[in-house]
Ligand binder design. Structure first.
Ligand code: G4P
Ligand code: NA
Ligand code: NA
Length: 195
């Protein structure tokens, strides 16, 4: 998505070897217009999938997920993170390990909000190692819901996330911006034409 790539070029900052800071429009301050445009783009791409629900994870997945939900006219559920390992009968849960933060969060979704009748679109802000996506898949699987695709705002294509997602059986993984590499503080995108 050109608009997003331009925004990343203009306002993104490369930290260290492989972190992209986008806190001026996605992860801290949020640009609602860009978010809405991204929601529309997800809705366009997944228009024929019969999506009944969007599943994301707090915090940064919520904004793009809500805009996709608005455009597709379906509810949005977000996995809540908690350190608590307390098991309850009324929650779907999964453990998500973060390589970036080196912490494990349990994410939970109330069983009332995801059922076997649902056709679920997973949404998240970043695809790095894919752990968040796999956690969301585990949650949807517990509900016996069908996963029809995954929408990612920014994919770091030089990491293992896409492969890990595909290996776990996820299909239809669509990223609005795919980063091939960081070079001298610059962001290089995967060239769609030469892919
Ligand atoms: P993974 O889910 O793909 O395995 O990613 P990883 O564990 O490496 O990332 C952990 C957190 O860091 C996630 O946010 C993820 O979205 C974010 N992240 C990964 N790479 C980048 C990056 O290059 N830039 C930025 N800004 N974030 C990145 P989270 O812990 O779920 O936090 P939240 O912001 O959603 O609350
Ligand atoms: Na995230
Ligand atoms: Na994040």
């Amino acid at each position: 998505m050109k608009e997003l790539e331009k925004r990343i070029q203009a306002d993104g900052r490369v930290l260290g070897k492989n972190i992209l800071k986008v806190d001026s429009f996605l992860n801290h301050q949020i640009d609602p217009q860009l978010m809405q445009d991204m929601g529309k783009e997800f809705a366009r791409f997944f228009a024929d999938e019969g999506v009944t629900k969007i599943l994301t994870i707090e915090a940064s997945g919520i904004a793009p997920a809500v805009m996709a939900g608005l455009a597709l006219d379906v509810p949005v559920v977000f996995g809540r993170k908690s350190k608590s390992q307390i098991l309850t009968d009324d929650a779907l849960t999964a453990d998500v390990y973060s390589y970036t933060k080196q912490t494990t969060n349990q994410i939970r979704v109330d069983k009332r909000f995801l059922t076997a009748d649902d056709r679920v679109l997973l949404i998240d802000d970043f695809l790095a190692n894919g752990q968040a996506l796999l956690g969301l898949k585990a949650i949807a699987d517990q509900a016996n819901a069908s996963i029809v695709g995954s929408g990612i705002v920014i994919e770091k294509a030089f990491q293992q996330g896409r492969q890990n997602a595909l290996d776990a059986g996820l299909t239809n993984v669509h990223s609005l911006a795919r980063i091939a590499a960081f070079e001298d503080g610059q962001v290089l995108f995967v060239n769609e034409e030469t892919e």
